[in-house]
Ligand binder design. Sequence first.
Ligand code: G3I
Ligand code: 9MR
Ligand code: ZN
Length: 536
Amino acid sequence: MSLVRQIKVNQLGYPVDADKIAVLTAKCSEFEVVNQKTKKIVYRGELSEPIEDQASNEVVYHADFSNVSDSGHYYIQADGVRSATFLISDNPYFEARQGILKAFYFFRCGMELTEEYAGEWAHKACHLAESIVFDNQECKLDGTGGWHDAGDYGKYTVPGAKAVADLLLAYELRPNAFNQAIPIPETDGVIPDILHECRYELDWLLKMQELETGAVYHKLTTLEFPGLDVMPEDDLDPQYLTPVSATATGTFAATMAMAARIYKPFDQEFAAVCLERAEKAWQWLLMNPDVPGFKNPVEITTGEYGDEDDRDERFWAAAELYRTTGNENYHQALIELADEDFSKTEFGWADMGGYGTTAYLLNGKALSNHDVYQKLMSELIHEAEKLLNNCSKDGYLISLENEDYVWGSNMGVMNKAMTLLLAHHFTGNVAYKNCALDHVHYLFGRNALDISYVTGFGDRPVMEPHHRPSVGDQVDAPVPGLVSGGPNAGLQDEYAAAHLQGKAPAKCFVDHEDSYATNEVTVYWNSPALFVLAHF
Ligand code: G3I
Ligand code: 9MR
Ligand code: ZN
């Protein structure tokens, strides 16, 4: 990695009307904002008082240049050091937003990615063989399609459902952010590309449901991970449909209920199938109230996505089914679950209560139980207030606490921004939205490592993600638009353990292909980033 610059900015830039702050790790008397083209100094300012940043264990200073609001390219200089060149414009994140959505196309399994759409990252169709049902190995089913999970080629129901849900929610709340073609092969100018892209995953998710019972297979992977340089089409080991789980079935019911609602204006037939399947999954959940959390069979060593608590997934499913159908049975189920003690504000692959809360609140006060509505709203606001307060103490202005720098911390960064944006949606309090934007600045470079955590975007982006196609192809640049996991103090891979010992949490990251615990990519780290960017 190149030397970390002492002036950190969002390497993409800042919206014209937004607050604009750079973070400096060196003290200096004043800073200057320079117009890149004219070389003219357009603003001079003084640094803030020193701020002790816990997460990076550094003293930092803020340079506030919010007053600069003419569109253009700029950089900041102070005492002979300078920042990246960045853009101030009305729409500085447009390309990144398109790229982060396009990344889902690059994650596609089971079809050729042609040069027309994939450019130099084109590759042949992969994982076309029938899948073996692990518990009944005579039985083989079609499991083709969908998105690969991550840097590996597994397809897992729960994280796949989180990814689709973020995209569908982004579309529901911000349809105008998806007016323009990406383009992808299905682009038709009628159905927005984001819905075409989600359909690719939804069609696969439908294949994960056991038709006789309504339950949903937890995952579909090979027994072991393939080598890191294996291209998808060369990964020919048999793939297995593992036993079903309640978390998979719950998230399936929830996303299918969402899809039934959102696709209805475009494709009634598909919407009806989604609803029927969602209700079938719900019936299974009702008949199976006590299900142990999913455990990998001993022969299978790929990702587990284990989760002992399925109440949040049931809560989410009940909320979406109620919102889509208006059926009081789902409402009653939701009311009962809302009383139980689990987080109602999280958006992770393990804790999904936030989606249930969002669906219930979006459904509106009139159709809700007064007490439950108030309770969920106040929990969401309470969480947003906590995040706001965290940001005010953080040198890089984000809401993560030291213990949040875990595997996939960038999902945490974007999930928290999502929480703030939803709180803004329901209250109109712009402080929440501004704070969400600070999380975007962190993702694109205003962080302790001066790195953009999104491949292909920013002047110092991640270049060596733990992503098999990026490692295995002959192309120097990684597949673009991928959100890397980010700093992880857990150091759970050998490379991180060997190179990052003793570092502060926010610096436990290495842009190396072997570091899967810090530098892998996944669909469900991309998806909350897309939700967030749809707001700016
Ligand atoms: O939340 C706890 C925290 O309370 C605790 O203090 C901390 C200590 O390390 O751990 C935190 O939990 C971590 C958890 O991620 C947070 O989501 C676990 O240690 C960590 O092991 C766990 O990592 C998961 C990883 O799989 C290993 O199971 C990641 O969330 C998950 O995103 C990742 O998913 C993998 C798939 O298995 C396979 N495909 C690639 C994908 C991405 O790497
Ligand atoms: O590539 C795998 C990655 O997708 C997973 O997140 C990670 C943790 O489950 O495991 C990676 O695979 C590694 C395996 O666990 C250990 N041997 C090296 C593999 C990386 O090539
Ligand atoms: Zn594949």
